[in-house]
Design a protein around this ligand. Structure first.
Ligand code: SF4
Length: 285
């Protein structure tokens, strides 16, 4: 978010999913709610039931967008967001712009990069979905980032030294994550889960704890995270969470990790890499 704030002159809103009580809705609380309130045996979301996406991302973002549209039009906003019809108002078009690429998966390759979202196009508004980098290759994405003098988000790159440390335990580890949306995604591959387990040991410990408490697995393979990643969760990090609420920062908990310097000062670490070209070539390996 700091990066986005620093590189745009547009208004920048952060949308947070909430329960009816006003409490922040998280992946963890979604899972606990499925088990405790609905008695679901396997309470984790799955690729065919991506409640995490709808409840934590698309739903709240849609609601916030409708509210914004109403505010722009000077219309009174309902308590639950939105204001009904915007017929005759000056602002009636929404373009939802997402950075997905067709080459990320077979399912994504079949999407249409510019289309009218019919279910959301009502009450006088037209709602489009636009994927501006849909046809780009991974190479072109990083080229564009470097062309503008910026650096990729640090989880996509590591110094050789840090990679060497990770490879002591995980010989197959490569530089950084190949894709990143949620830190521990239900659809991530084994490699990305392993890298995330190293980059965010506190969050990893919490997710492993959740699997233990639910007696269930996050991944459809039905393997527990430590089996997939080979990383033993550091239970001591869970105790720290109780003493220090700041510890809930998803990328925190790294002080006992050999990558601490890198992670605590990710930008500096990337900057000291001899040339951006070396970083770029690593990212593209
Ligand atoms: S990135 Fe993965 S875990 Fe996160 S909302 Fe999407 S599907 Fe769910």
């Amino acid at each position: 978010m700091d990066h986005l704030r620093a590189t745009t002159d547009q208004p920048f809103d952060v949308v947070v999913a909430k329960w009816g009580s006003g409490e922040v809705k998280t992946f963890d609380s979604l899972v606990r709610h499925a088990r405790e309130a609905r008695g679901v045996a396997h309470p984790f979301p799955s690729p065919s039931n991506r409640q995490c996406t709808s409840d934590l991302k698309t739903g709240p973002i849609k609601s916030a967008t409708l509210t914004k549209l109403c505010e722009l039009n000077g219309l009174p906003v309902y308590a639950k967001g939105g204001c009904g019809s915007v017929v005759g108002s000056p602002w009636r078009i929404v373009v939802m712009c997402l950075g997905i690429r067709g080459k990320e998966s077979t399912a994504r390759s079949q999407e249409i990069p510019w289309r009218l979202n019919l279910p959301s196009s009502k009450e006088g508004r037209a709602w489009f979905r636009w994927y501006p980098i849909f046809d780009w290759t991974r190479e072109e994405v990083f080229d564009e980032i470097f062309k503008h003098g910026q650096e990729p988000f640090w989880t996509y790159g590591m110094t050789d030294e840090h990679l060497a440390m990770i490879r002591e335990k995980h010989p197959k580890a490569t530089h950084g994550m190949s894709r990143l949306s949620c830190q521990f995604c239900i659809m991530a591959d084994d490699h990305d889960l392993t890298v995330a387990a190293h980059l965010a040991p506190a969050a990893y410990a919490r997710r492993c704890e959740l699997e233990d408490q639910m007696q269930s697995t996050m991944m459809m393979s039905r393997k527990r995270l430590p089996i997939i990643t080979g990383v033993i969760p550091q239970k001591s990090l869970l105790r720290k969470r109780k003493r220090n609420p700041e510890f809930l920062n998803p990328w925190s908990g790294l002080e006992s990790n050999p990558m601490a310097d890198f992670v605590m000062n990710p930008v500096d670490s990337v900057t000291v890499t001899p040339t951006v070209h070396r970083l770029r070539s690593r990212l593209l390996r």
